[in-house]
Write a protein that binds this ligand. Structure first.
Ligand SMILES: [Zn+2]
Length: 1104
């Protein structure tokens, strides 16, 4: 219990009615406090409130006495970056100060949105301000940075912004918090009287703390916004008045937060009331003494401790583009550095290597100061990742790279790794995080986002989080449910009252500082924290580093409960689908970079490429990865940023892909035996670690036995290549042919694996495995469901447009490709009819403005039916999905995820099951009975619904905020329907999903033999996710293998040539202390591995 209990407050103050004020009647407790004469709670409390108000009675209250002397600055000049200038980044400070600044007066407005304006300020401090505190005040509607005349960034100025609060119905007030702005800078704590002119530069960005939403925060930016420079002044500040204002503010806060049932609230109220009487009588020192006495009354021994950790959540892009974030970091962090110097007790936690890297590049002086403070363990890097990424959509390997590039940056720049995984604002957390964290030396995790869940309150704030493979880390959710606390008594009380693990832990983290758009801690917060350090009535508040906090928690972790599996956020489920192109580009880049890294590693092993060239390609791939990782930020890849951000994201993806392809091209001549010989042979490269078959389109007729015209002089041929390796194209296959026929108004498509019936509207009415009689869509011959139903839903969320799709949208579905829909349909026609490929084409008008064309394709060698879609999409608040309504009875559905899969209920038995109406899955999802199952594969989608016997894949949304044009225009994507032998056929589903996302590659080269295997894996259930060169540039190769079925397995990894040493390594690619792995020799070089369920293993191979 934190609140006082030992003191019995006795109202012994019965006062004589005639006594007007300042009587000296003593209580048993507060000898120096006089209670208000009239015991009226409300009048006394509001008296106190008005006495420190910034708006009311300022002419006579204490607030009005804060700045006794003030004047406008003497001279003010302006120069704006040329309009049309896209970026501030190429302008140096020196360059700017040489421009033609024109004299101006405060009061002018500047624009357009996102433009940059510089101001030069000259001020002479009056002589009679000597020995006073002197402050500069800058009030503008745009965010600004104060620079010294020498070009040193000093401090950010912020206009404040709309207070962000969770969408909990009416809780969202939209009110401006008075201290969210930062408009003053201390010129001197004791003015020397110097008459020298002070010169400063101020850089103002034409955007607010939260961009420039037209009406309301998450609306698209108002392009017509202008930003006024309201005032530029200097003043003295009365130190004692500031102290008294803060004292009364905290006392008032205690009064209100504790409420009239708590005696301590009355003590706080009477103390502040007494202080006001003292001030009015001119006795300021007595007022000060009264407060000091109050704040010395301590908590009991067992009071809960609130661990104050300063922070400043800066979204790497959101309602502003990346380029603005770079300045936001500098503004917030320069202000923070100042406060750290002023308040030695303060600790500041800061995440995202990318942001540190930006500041290092653009603000080297500031970065130097930060480095010193990092050494002193005051400015504390946390998180370990490149950015605070989305926790669901990136691939497993992307997560590995987030940590790898993040941790290596922190180690290189600051000499130490981060100890905490820090993801306070991300929309759900993969079950593989515990294992991944551990491989990077992290065993602690912090977030607060789970408090946003709409349906169920998460049962813990502290718990052992057990991941997919059984790895466990310690998790903490700050019970204040925010990373934006302001050091208010009610927040501290909530931190204790809301704690789900009462009696189990004695300390809780308390993340204070303005965030989202940056800002960070303020002087007022730190002043309040000094008063609340240990005062009866409020929990004990102690400044603590994240590490010190977790050490305390670790000492109590034997008391904690365990949570197994993913942390599913019951909100923001639309983010698996919004901004479809970004998600598609992410998928493409993840696969492309994987393939290129494999080829580069093979080239390195073969030893034919010069070392410098190899390293330069490695650097290019590293840069490409950084771009992909940046776009995985928790407002970019989820699709929740403004349109401008997606222009940047698109450019970064294009650059990353171009680099990847360029390195691939550079590798090719070094991959084969005779790089010098003239090109002449087509080879097929397979980067998946098993033999892969595919029907490909080739230009020439060649020597292939079975071929089929693909039109325009091109041919389909069936090919096979060993994995990971290549074979000559000329060694093509002659598979049993695929056929199409028409009967009973249905098209029957049949190959060696399956028989499917498709109606004239493109729906799949029957699906049977070859040699089987059970039908995915029929039971006992009766037709119970269909596949490939395109369904349009109404999609109007409660508030967060791009973020949320609500449960009730599922009640509004309208199937489009049925006769009754009234949609204009181009019925199915046969476009290709075998023997290698069968293709049907059909289309429909979704609405007046949107349409879809679809090709349904079955090849002779693939066990799945492919649906290739081209959609013109111009909807508003509509959601397009494809639905597979089966005859299967499956109580759970299975979804592909990072390094494994997750199972989720298909029913709504509990509120927890019910809340999972739209879930995240990667390349496949599956509904299975033990002997028959159906998987749906996709090439760029992430949203799924599994209810009863129905599986739905989410295709396109159309939210209007914060990007009014989100997902408008043309989209191409594919999905596939795969019948299989049921629950035990998972390996095949997983492999097909990889194949569906990763075609064989054709290459014209010169070779002297028929095929070659570079790396391969013998044994079932394991996958080679990456083959890459080690980050230390030693030339070593790192191979990442994971167990994908949830079953212990033994596999043999075959490697291309005899290595010097093979060992297991951690995520950081450091050899583990285990002895080297034994290498099998002979014709094939191999390493045997035993993998436990869902284990991720990194193997480091050293060649000469
Ligand atoms: Zn955020």
């Amino acid at each position: 219990m934190w609140h006082h209990r030992s003191v019995v407050f006795v109202f012994a103050y019965l006062q004589h009615l005639g006594q007007l004020f300042l009587s000296k009647v003593k209580s048993t407790m507060e000898k120096d406090v006089t209670a208000s004469q009239h015991k009226h709670w409300r009048t006394t409390q509001e008296r106190v409130e008005k006495y420190i108000s910034d708006n009311l009675f300022k002419d006579v209250n204490l607030r009005g006495k804060l700045y006794p002397k003030a004047k406008e600055v003497d001279r003010l000049f302006h120069w704006g970056l040329p309009l049309g200038e896209k970026t501030w980044e190429k302008w140096t400070f020196k360059n700017i100060t040489m421009q033609d600044f024109k004299p101006i007066k405060a009061g002018m407005a500047y624009g357009p949105l996102w433009s940059t304006h510089w101001f030069k300020v000259e001020v002479n401090i009056p002589e009679d301000w000597v020995q006073q505190e002197v402050w500069l005040h800058w009030v503008s509607q745009g965010e600004a940075m104060l620079w010294s005349a020498k070009g040193e960034p000093l401090q950010g100025f912020s206009p404040g912004g709309v207070h962000l609060s969770p969408v909990k119905g009416a809780n969202r007030t939209g009110a401006m918090e008075p201290d969210q702005s930062r408009t003053d800078y201390m010129l001197s704590s004791c003015w020397s009287g110097s008459q020298e002119t002070q010169v400063f530069y101020i850089e103002m960005a034409c955007c607010g703390m939260f961009g420039a939403g037209a009406d309301g925060m998450i609306s698209p930016p108002d392009e017509g916004s202008v930003f006024q420079l309201e005032a530029v002044e200097v003043s003295t500040r009365d130190k004692l008045v500031y102290k008294l204002l803060t004292d009364i503010d905290v006392l008032h806060d205690m009064t209100v937060s504790l409420g009239s049932n708590d005696p301590r609230a009355h003590q706080a109220l009477y103390t502040s009331n007494h202080m006001i009487n003292s001030i009015i009588s001119g006795n300021y020192s007595q007022a000060s003494q009264l407060a000091d006495t109050f704040f010395t009354k301590r908590n009991g021994d067992l009071a809960h401790t609130v661990a104050m950790i300063g922070n400043c959540h800066i979204d790497s892009a959101w309602l502003w583009p990346y380029s603005e974030t770079k300045r936001k970091c500098a503004r917030s962090w320069s202000s923070t550095v100042q406060l750290l110097e002023e308040y030695p007790e303060m600790k500041f936690a800061c995440s995202q290597a990318q942001q540190f890297s930006w500041v290092k590049l653009h603000y080297p002086e500031l970065f130097d100061k930060i480095c010193h403070l990092v050494k002193a363990k005051r400015f504390i890097p946390v998180g370990g990742t490149w950015v605070e990424m989305d926790g669901l959509i990136p691939s497993g390997e992307s997560f590995m790279r987030q940590f790898l590039y993040g941790q290596l940056f922190f180690k290189r720049e600051f000499g130490a790794l981060c100890e905490e995984f820090w993801l306070p604002d991300t929309f759900g957390y993969s079950a593989q995080f515990p294992q991944i964290c551990k491989s990077f030396g992290i065993s602690r995790f912090l977030t607060q986002k789970m408090s946003w869940s709409l349906f169920n309150k998460f049962p813990h704030h502290n718990f052992l989080w057990e991941g997919l493979d059984g790895s466990t880390i310690l998790a903490h959710f700050p019970p204040g449910d925010s990373y934006e606390l302001r050091v208010r008594v009610k927040e501290a009380i909530r931190t204790v009252n809301n704690l789900q693990d009462k009696g189990r832990v004695s300390t809780s983290a308390f993340l204070y500082g303005h965030g989202d758009g940056g800002g960070g801690p303020t002087r007022n917060m730190l002043e309040r924290s000094r008063r609340l350090r240990d005062v009866d009535g409020c929990p004990r508040m102690e400044h603590m580093s994240p590490s010190a906090f977790f050490e305390r928690l670790e000492a109590e972790q034997h008391n904690l409960c365990r949570w197994v599996g993913e942390l599913y956020l019951e909100l923001h489920n639309g983010t698996y689908t919004s901004q479809a192109r970004t998600k598609k580009q992410n998928r493409i880049c993840e696969f492309s970079l994987r393939n290129t890294e494999i080829l580069l590693a093979v080239v390195a092993v073969k030893g034919r490429m010069k070392k410098e060239e190899l390293l330069s390609h490695q650097d290019n791939l590293h840069d490409a990865w950084e771009k992909v990782l940046l776009n995985q930020f928790h407002d970019v890849i989820p699709g929740t940023s403004i349109g401008l951000v997606y222009c940047d994201a698109d450019r970064l993806y294009k650059e990353a892909l171009a680099s990847s392809e360029e390195v691939q091209r550079a590798c090719c001549p070094f991959l084969f035996k005779d790089p010098e010989k003239k090109v002449g042979e087509m080879v097929v490269i397979n980067t998946l670690p098993w033999p892969m078959r595919q029907v490909m389109v080739v230009k020439e007729e060649g020597k292939h036995e079975v071929k089929q015209s693909a039109g325009e002089g091109q041919y389909y041929v069936a090919v096979e290549a060993p994995g990971i390796g290549w074979s000559k194209l000329s060694t093509s296959l002659s598979p049993p042919q695929v056929t199409v026929s028409f009967s009973n108004n249905r098209y029957i498509l049949e190959n060696q694996y399956m028989k499917a019936q498709v109606n004239t509207f493109g729906q799949v009415e029957s699906l049977i495995l070859a040699g089987d009689s059970q039908d995915v869509f029929r039971r006992e011959g009766t037709h119970v469901g269909q596949g490939n139903q395109l369904v349009l839903f109404d999609d109007v969320p409660l508030y967060w447009d791009a973020w949320d799709t609500m449960d009730y949208h599922l009640e509004t579905g309208k199937v489009l490709n049925i006769k009754e829909s009234g949609c204009e349909v181009n019925e199915v026609e046969v476009v290709q009819s075998g023997p290698l490929v069968v293709k049907l084409r059909w289309g429909l008008k979704i609405t007046e403005v949107s349409s879809i064309t679809q090709e349904i394709e079955l090849s002779a060698v693939s066990p799945y039916l492919v649906f290739r879609c081209k959609v013109d999409w111009l909807e508003s608040h509509k959601f397009l999905k494809v639905l597979f309504n089966t005859a299967l009875l499956a109580r759970t559905a299975t979804f592909d995820s990072q390094f494994g899969f997750v199972e989720r209920a298909t029913h709504c038995n509990t509120s927890w099951d019910s809340a999972k109406f739209e879930v995240c899955g990667h390349k496949w999802a599956d509904l299975s009975e033990p002997n028959l199952g159906m998987a749906v594969l996709n090439d760029c989608k992430y949203g799924w619904t599994a209810r009863g016997s129905t599986l739905m894949l989410s295709l396109l949304r159309s939210p209007k905020a914060p990007d009014a044009k989100c997902d408008m225009g043309q989209h191409t994507f594919s999905y596939a329907l795969m019948p299989h032998k049921g629950c035990r056929d998972k390996t095949r589903v997983q492999r097909c999903a990889y194949e569906f996302n990763n075609n064989l590659t054709l290459l014209s080269t010169s070779v002297s033999h028929d095929s070659e295997v570079w790396f391969s894996l013998v044994g079932s259930g394991a996958m080679i996710e990456a083959v890459k060169l080690a980050e230390d540039k030693s030339g070593d190769v790192v191979v990442r293998v994971y167990e994908s079925l949830g079953a212990t397995t033994s596999v043999r990894l075959k490697v291309p040539s005899q290595p010097q040493r093979v060992c297991l390594c951690n995520g950081l690619e450091e050899p583990l202390s285990d002895p080297s792995l034994e290498v099998g020799e002979g014709d094939e070089v191999f390493v045997d591995l035993t993998l436990s369920p869902f284990k991720i293993v990194s193997i480091r191979i050293t060649y000469n």
